[in-house]
Design a protein around this ligand. Structure first.
Ligand code: PLP
Length: 297
């Protein structure tokens, strides 16, 4: 079957019996040219839903369980019914069996609040060719820092901002990328109004000082990235020190290397920050890419 590949999913309760055999009855394959969603769908009307994007490399879906765990966490934060993870896992397996087994593809999982006044959530899976990140994996990116408008304590003070959930409301994130382009850069690193590093609009930030790798603590104000976690496990296995902590803008500027990491982009070096050249660790970037392209569960 060719790309894109779409499955509409009738979401089952989290505690539905898990014998697996009947999950396929809850999936409907949809032709790319066919209408699939209603106009009153709240995901499109209000961005009211959650999603995950995972990478499929040469037929292997990467880090399925961490992505599903985050989908469940996002659903919980947004008061959506808990997803049946065995059902989602079966949907991913069905998609992987139907899509090309070579190259880098992306699978997006969406769980929306459903149609307005409707009885249940809407869910679907969409597989497509991944954007080609190989040029920036080689060249790196120029990033700017942008004030996210919140201080470090925002997540505890205002949980209704849903900052720790991967919601469908990405208009702000996309605006931050356009602002980077307007300023002649490629990407953005959000910082808190009190001067601490958060994340990129579609990535986590990892910095290296000497042999210590750090990332902002997942305080609830940022997404806890599956790629960052996977890289920290890899680094720890290879004897490096890793730390979750508050990182000031000054520490970002004086880092020995900075990466933006995410599931489909993998690891991309920041070569310039706010117009100032940054040191680049090319061998480690290459090693990260190699590791992230290897089959990971
Ligand atoms: N932070 C944000 C806001 C993101 O949108 C993403 C991914 O799209 C990430 C972090 C990185 O998450 P992951 O590594 O799980 O793809």
């Amino acid at each position: 079957m060719s790309l894109p590949y779409t499955l509409l999913i009738t979401p089952l309760p989290a505690d539905a019996p898990d014998d697996g055999s009947w999950f396929t009855e809850t999936f409907t394959e949809v032709e790319a040219s066919e209408p699939a969603l209603r106009v009153s769908e709240l995901s499109t009307q209000r961005g009211d839903g959650v999603f995950e994007t995972l990478s499929v490399v040469n037929g292997h879906a990467q880090e399925v369980q961490p992505h599903l765990a985050r989908l469940a966490r996002s659903a919980e934060i947004c008061d959506l019914p808990a997803p049946n993870l065995a059902q989602w896992s079966a949907a991913i397996s069905q998609a992987v069996a139907r899509i090309p087994s070579q190259g880098e593809l992306a699978i997006k999982l969406v769980l929306s609040r459903g149609v307005e006044h409707g009885p249940s959530p809407t869910a679907w899976l969409h597989a497509s060719a991944a954007s080609d990140f190989s040029p920036v994996r080689q060249s790196g990116v120029r990033a700017i820092t942008l004030d996210r408008g919140y201080d470090r304590g925002v997540a505890e003070r205002a949980p209704w901002l849903l900052l720790g959930a991967k919601t469908l409301s990405y208009a702000v994130n996309m605006a931050a990328l356009r602002e980077a382009h307007r300023r002649g850069a490629d990407d953005t690193i959000f910082v808190t109004s009190d001067g601490y590093v958060m994340e990129g609009p579609t990535s986590s930030v990892i910095i290296r000082h000497g042999d210590v790798f750090s990332t902002p603590a997942p305080s609830g104000a940022i997404l806890h990235g599956t790629t960052q976690r996977s890289l920290f496990n890899y680094l720890e296995r290879h004897g490096h020190a890793v730390s979750y902590r508050d990182i000031s803008i000054e520490e970002l500027r004086t880092a020995d290397a900075v990466w933006l990491v995410s599931s489909v982009r993998l690891a991309v070096a920041v070569i310039e920050l706010d117009g100032v050249q940054m040191p680049v660790d090319a061998p480690l970037t290459e090693l990260f890419t190699e590791y992230l392209l290897s089959p990971r569960d």
